[in-house]
Design a protein around this ligand. Structure first.
Ligand SMILES: Cc1cc2nc3c(=O)[nH]c(=O)nc-3n(C[C@H](O)[C@H](O)[C@H](O)COP(=O)(O)OP(=O)(O)OC[C@H]3O[C@@H](n4cnc5c(N)ncnc54)[C@H](O)[C@@H]3O)c2cc1C
Length: 361
């Protein structure tokens, strides 16, 4: 019997698998397709991402250094409120390459990573879990002490183990213009309901346009209008769900969720790569597969690290729906040089940031 069967080889699943294997656990990862595909993510991340990636892969994954964001209340021609720093705040990276790199690192650490295996059923028993998957050789059953649902926003493990859904889902749409762009600013447009639209320069990989709204809120028409407004020639398109939460419980009798399955995302950007990997490390360190009662330690550990950031993230997001005159005042007050960490909204309210604000008079 395995210690852990991990469903999904996205960043959260692969990171968990690597960390657990490094702790000496017997780990099997089942991924339904080819690792990293299909793409449905901007791969715009804080520099912390490099702590999770072997040094040798860095140059291959890096696309562009971002020093700040220009916020707009309208479309392309509207006034910009810049937030910036001399040093890079974030990077645009190759997201498909990131997933492949993290899966390889899990494999190198001793995890058994198998692609083209779709998990169709999960049954929690008193002393074990049976995971059924459809693979190239037909249907297979795997016995494990614990199952890890790292299977994204529409998690099958979450459903099968009767765990609660996140509070909300947003629908994100992306498209790419292949013309290279090495600018140092992303553009953020508070011009769609409850969330925002964005433009990310990705160096030689071109420019990405995207937006997220509630499902059914006319995302395709809004996306077309946004790209037309920029005069962008967007060819490739993709889309995906962004869970916002988190749910009250992400552990079952012999199951745990990590990453998007557990809505470990930033409510104000939808980003989940770093939060998911940070939570995955907590799970690997705290959960002993021979003692399912340690699942509670994981709940405590990840929430104590991310709870405050997620709560503040909800507060920042509420600002996207405020009346325009209030937004204008807020953007004017906060824009300029900043010392914030993009994964930690608490730094927006830090003593240094408030001191900087006051010193501008
Ligand atoms: C439009 C958009 C833009 C985004 N941009 C950013 C960004 O710039 N920065 C950022 O940090 N985050 C971003 N995100 C969020 C980010 O993509 C997710 O938070 C992140 O991918 C979560 O990682 P994960 O490993 O939990 O899940 P996923 O990356 O979704 O991985 C889940 C894996 O599970 C597999 N799987 C699913 N079901 C099964 C099954 N039954 N059997 C086997 N395998 C299965 C899937 O194939 C997939 O490989 C964006 C999301 C969207 C939709």
């Amino acid at each position: 019997m395995r210690d852990f069967v991990v469903v999904g080889a996205g960043p959260a699943g692969s990171r968990f698998a690597r960390s657990a294997a490094e702790c000496g656990r017997d780990v099997l990862v089942l991924e339904q397709g080819e690792v990293g595909k299909p793409l449905a993510c901007s791969g715009h991340v804080s520099l912390d991402v490099w702590e999770y990636v072997p040094d040798a892969a860095r140059d291959e994954l890096f696309q562009n250094a971002i020093h700040g964001a220009r916020f707009h209340l309208g479309d392309a021609d509207s006034r910009a409120y810049p937030f910036y720093r001399d040093d890079p705040i974030s990077n645009a990276i190759d997201r498909v390459g990131l997933d492949k790199t993290l899966a390889r690192a899990a494999s190198d650490a001793g995890a058994d990573v198998r692609d083209r295996h779709t998990v169709t059923r999960v049954e929690e028993h008193r002393d074990s879990v049976t995971v059924t998957a459809r693979g190239p050789d037909g249907t297979e059953r795997f016995e494990t002490r614990l199952v890890v649902g790292a299977d994204g926003p529409r998690s099958r493990v979450r459903d099968q183990c009767g765990l609660p859904e996140p509070d909300e889902f947003l629908h994100g749409v992306l498209g790419f213009d292949p013309d290279p762009d090495h600018q140092e600013f992303v553009d953020v447009h508070l011009s769609v309901p409850t969330f925002f639209a964005w433009r990310i320069p990705r160096g030689e990989a071109g420019v990405e346009y995207g937006l997220a709204v509630r499902p059914g809120d006319d995302e395709r028409a809004r996306f077309r209008a946004f790209c037309d407004d920029y005069g962008a020639d967007v060819d490739e398109r993709c889309s995906g769900l962004i869970p916002v939460g988190p749910p009250k419980r992400v552990t079952g009798r012999r199951s745990l969720l990590v990453g998007d399955a557990a809505a470990q995302t930033k409510p104000f950007t939808g980003g989940g790569i770093l939060y998911g990997m940070r939570a995955a490390d907590h799970a690997a360190r705290t959960v002993d597969p021979a003692r399912p009662e340690t699942l509670g330690d994981y709940e405590d550990a990840w929430r104590s690290e991310l709870r405050r950031e997620q709560q503040l993230g909800h507060l920042v997001r509420a600002g996207y729906s405020m009346p325009e005159p209030v937004q204008r005042v807020g953007l004017r007050a906060f824009s300029g040089e900043i010392g914030v960490h993009m994964d930690e909204p608490s730094t927006l309210f830090s003593r240094e940031q408030l001191k900087a604000l006051l010193s501008w008079g």
